[in-house]
Design a protein around this ligand. Structure first.
Ligand SMILES: [Zn+2]
Length: 282
């Protein structure tokens, strides 16, 4: 059997394990694709398909799913606001994608693999003590606790606030946004938390490997460089509060990483500081 045939066979076999909702979605998807491709293969046709598929996953379904996951009610309006946050808070395209995938639960966790009959157990491959759901994989797994503790301590310093580890963090920023400068802090918090999620996901398939703060620092350092360049190039509006968060973050980097960044031309002098009140960090 060729690989493609094997893949098709596996697809049909796993389909037997689908829930009614998954099955409906699959049928609707196949039908609408067929309709559009063969009957209305025009720009309007594909646009309408986009709208139909958009309707197939309305915000209220997302809200209901997350309400069940977090065990606390989430209003539809709140959910749409978090969806908009993807574009409001995140500067980096790949972070937007990560946030989108989290909100829409598009990651395949151990439980989902098991339901699809692609894994022999739904248990977390790291700790083996609980079901490996997405929330467990990213937040509650005992193996992650030291890592999150260190990350949140640094983030707390940068935004001059304190953050408690909770699954709600996967959805949007936890910081308040109604005070002057607080939106910039919310943005920094979002970036830092998503970078932590990315650090965790990058090493997940290694059963015994726990994410390290050094790996997170490395990712934050690359983003700091990109962010600074965007500000220097005038692609973003000057924001002294946001820059100050990065300054404090830079000060917490290990000395070797700071030196490496400086060798690559990084300085604390972001052009947006011109309007700011002076320098944070060290
Ligand atoms: Zn675990």
């Amino acid at each position: 059997m060729r690989y493609e045939e094997k893949k098709t066979a596996r697809h049909y076999l796993t389909a037997f394990a689908w829930t009614r909702m998954e099955l409906d979605a699959e049928i609707r998807f196949a039908n609408t694709i067929f309709d559009t491709a063969y009957l209305r293969n025009t720009i309007t046709g594909w646009k309408r398909l986009g709208q139909t598929l958009g309707d197939a996953a309305p915000v209220h379904r997302m809200a209901a799913r997350w309400s069940a996951v977090l065990d606390s009610p989430i209003a539809e309006r709140q959910m749409s606001s978090w969806c908009r946050d993807i574009y409001r808070l995140l500067p980096d395209l790949s972070l937007r994608e990560l946030q989108f995938k989290l909100l829409h639960s598009l990651y395949y966790d151990d439980v989902r693999w098991f339901k699809m009959k692609l894994a022999t157990s739904p248990t977390c491959i790291k700790c083996g003590t609980a079901d490996g759901t997405l929330v467990h994989r990213l937040i509650t797994c005992p193996l992650l606790q030291p890592f999150w503790h260190e990350v949140l301590e640094v983030v707390g310093k940068c935004i001059a606030g304190s953050l408690r580890l909770t699954a709600r963090m996967l959805l949007s920023s936890m910081s308040p946004r109604n005070l002057p400068g607080s939106c910039a802090k919310a943005r920094f918090e979002r970036v830092a938390v998503l970078m932590a999620c990315r650090t965790i996901l990058a090493g997940w398939i290694e059963p015994q490997l726990a994410p390290t703060i050094a790996a997170w620092f490395g990712r934050m350092a690359s983003l700091a460089q990109m962010e600074r360049l965007d500000f220097l190039a005038g692609k973003r509006r000057p924001d002294p509060v946001y820059c100050a968060c990065w300054d404090i973050c830079f000060a917490t980097f290990p000395k070797s990483l700071q030196e490496e960044l400086c060798r690559n031309g990084y300085t604390l002098d972001w052009s947006c500081k011109v309007k700011g009140k002076g320098r944070g960090g060290s």
